[in-house]
Design a protein around this ligand. Structure first.
Ligand code: GUN
Length: 283
């Protein structure tokens, strides 16, 4: 039976550390989350972010907009938040409605307040191997989780399934920067299982049930980034947990694996941006 990569336990440890650090702050960091429309999954994520921030004493504001908000109105709000010195971190929850150009919105965020690390400046720095202000939350959380369990990716073959701007793309670059040998697979990849079988570390961020035990080699590390409800309303990931956990050496569960690490990373990023803006050295 694989060792469980316990994201909940590590999240709690990281948040405890952050809470202690924040105890010495006279002013608390402030995070603003913009949520457009009523996507149920996004509403749950945003609520979790707000609740976690509140537990730490991080000020958090959720700005809700209806589905039919115009791109211009959204851009005007971002300009206002960029100018507002009391706001340290801005997050626009994705996905956005189809009539809004997502990249225009992301590009408008001041890079020093870009808590996702998605703006061209931060993403470009990541790509060139320079340090962005912060790293994207889900990839950062995955790397912290691997590190906690002593899993070193240097020289290892890491197969990432999924090439989204939120997870697959930044994660693959961060893994390369850590000297992993990285293969990125996606919906057009032929012979997927021939590739996944060669992985030392297999990371699935495909958003659908795709990884079965026959697709991996024995004693590999399996990270499941997917999260959705199955036909019975049960929360599941990309990986068929029961069979895969009998073959892998390590596995991250869903729920309780990558999800909590994403939230912890968001809190870490919010505080890191506050520190950069206030020129505090890390303590
Ligand atoms: N939607 C799903 N994951 C994320 C994320 O990490 N950041 C943002 N902004 N939206 C998301």
């Amino acid at each position: 039976m694989a060792i469980i990569l316990d994201g909940k336990k590590l999240r709690d440890k990281l948040l405890e550390g952050l809470k202690n650090k924040l105890a010495s702050y006279k002013i608390m960091p402030k995070l603003v989350v913009i949520l457009v429309g009523d996507n149920p999954a996004s509403q749950i994520y945003v609520n979790n972010k707000k609740k976690t921030a509140e537990k730490l004493g991080i000020e958090s504001v959720v700005v809700n907009y209806p589905d039919n908000i115009s791109e211009a109105e959204l851009l005007a709000k971002i300009a206002e938040l960029n100018e507002d010195a009391s706001v340290n971190a801005i997050l626009v929850q994705l996905p956005l409605p189809a009539h809004i150009n997502k990249q225009n919105i992301i590009n408008a965020i001041d890079p020093i307040k870009d808590v996702d690390g998605f703006t061209p400046q931060n993403f470009g720095k990541l790509l060139s191997g320079e340090k962005p202000y912060v790293y994207p939350c889900t990839p950062k959380g995955i790397l912290i989780l691997l590190d906690e369990y002593g899993i070193d990716v240097a020289g290892k073959h890491v197969v990432v399934v999924g090439r989204s701007n939120i997870v697959g793309k930044p994660l693959s670059v961060m893994l390369l920067n850590l000297n992993a040998t990285v293969t990125v697979c996606h919906s057009h990849t032929e012979n997927l299982s021939e590739i996944t079988k060669t992985a030392d570390v297999l990371i699935s961020a495909a958003g659908k049930k795709i990884i079965e035990d026959c697709m991996l080699s024995k004693d590999s590390v399996v990270i499941d980034v997917g999260i959705f409800k199955d036909e019975f309303g049960k929360t599941r990931g990309d990986v068929e947990f029961d069979s895969v956990s009998k073959k892998a050496a390590y596995i991250s569960p869903v729920p309780g694996g990558v999800g909590p690490m994403t939230i912890a990373s968001l809190m870490l990023n919010t505080v890191e941006l506050f520190d950069i803006q206030n020129k505090r050295s890390c303590d």
